[in-house]
Design a binder for this molecule. Sequence first.
Ligand code: GDP
Ligand code: IMO
Ligand code: MG
Length: 430
Amino acid sequence: MPAYAVLGAQWGDEGKGKIIDVLARDADIVARFSGGNNAGHTVVNDEGVFSFHLIPCGVFWPQTLNVIGNGVVLDPDVFLEEVDGLKEQGHDVSDRLLVSERAHIVMPYHVVLDELTEKARGSDAIGTTGKGIGPTYADKAARTGIRAADLLDVEALLPRLENIVNHTNKIITAVYDGTPVSMTDIFDKCRDWSERLGPFIAPVERIVYEYLEAGRNVLLEGAQGALLDLDHGTYPFVTSSNPTIGGACVGLGIHPNYISNIIGVFKAYSTRVGSGPFPTELTDETGERIRNLAQEFGVTTGRARRVGWFDAVAAKFSTQVNGYTSAVLTRLDVLDGFDSIMVCTAYELDGERTEEFPGGVAALERCKPILEEMKGWTSPTAGATDFSKLPKEAVAYVQRIQELIGCPIDVISTGPHRDEVIRVREVIGV
Ligand code: GDP
Ligand code: IMO
Ligand code: MG
């Protein structure tokens, strides 16, 4: 059972990129399975500081093949720019990078529609990343999507594309009073993509299957987080894919029997970008302090991230959906120097205490956090690599979170760099 899933356990930005870079040491394939360039994954190692939106974060380990699965929506311009950018920095990874022939393409009109629909939502806006993700998945479900394989024969694609563009332009102009997109420009783009993206397009699902059958380690790189899941997240303030474990299987065409570890990445506190309920949100100076200390600004949009205490109700729900066998706790160092640290252990909903994470957005908006106070620590955890050297209050905090989420914390991250990590227990190849 050589597949290991690394999943965002909160609202995204938990530090998945860093953890993938750490764990990919022991991987043969690193595979993205959902989302698109709404993701922003940061990797910091001796090669530098990198922000990846589409390229899997395993590329710095030369033995890895890095693949983008059928569940991902891919903007070819962003992907090719990322490949070229890496090459300019001396990292030519093009011979270890593949895109599934079944992956859907983010077309220019999807980006236009993302912006127009958000504007039309007014005060109900989701706060999307504006990268065309929702409209691309909507077209996928409506069976009007364009897949990577379609770009390999653009002449055959032409009549279907014309129909789709005509229909989309009717929506853009009649519903949103927007400017129609140019079919000629789009077709020229498809020709260009055919040439430049073509060499990356491959039967990714079959290749991943062959690696799995050969018992080689496949690391599944999650994007977003469980609470942004289209089904299980805080709908409608969610993304349009399934970043949860089911999405990993569907998004790469692998069956669950291959998965031996499901690794949930939790931040030592909470953040969220965009709109939607956030029971432990801190809108006071403590929130501001954490945001500034941790530089909580989005990798994809630069937006200030909303900040709050660790929410164990949401975390338990995330564990329920994903069945984590291991947890990773990141950004523990950000809490260095706080006198006290709060953890939300239950909600008060309409005067009643509850440990349930409500499915309805209105109920979740009414939830007030019930907080447990924990003593902070004075000596730093930043850069620590040895669990036994952590201050005792930090150990107590980690243990309390472990108890609340109900699964062992096997890795603790104490800084952005690859080496700033405590490996309590190996999680890959075990
Ligand atoms: P992702 O989307 O889950 O990959 O997370 P992001 O890259 O969007 O955001 C995580 C941020 O935290 C990045 O700036 C990382 O460099 C940084 N980071 C990751 N782990 C740690 C950690 O343990 N401590 C600190 N201080 N920063 C971290
Ligand atoms: P990573 O992989 C944090 C959020 C957006 C918005 C909602 C819908 O870096 O953790 P979308 O553009 O997907 O339609 O936006 O989802 N969102 C993320 N928030 N991290 C991410 O990815 C996110 N990807 C989408 O801010 O609230
Ligand atoms: Mg991110």
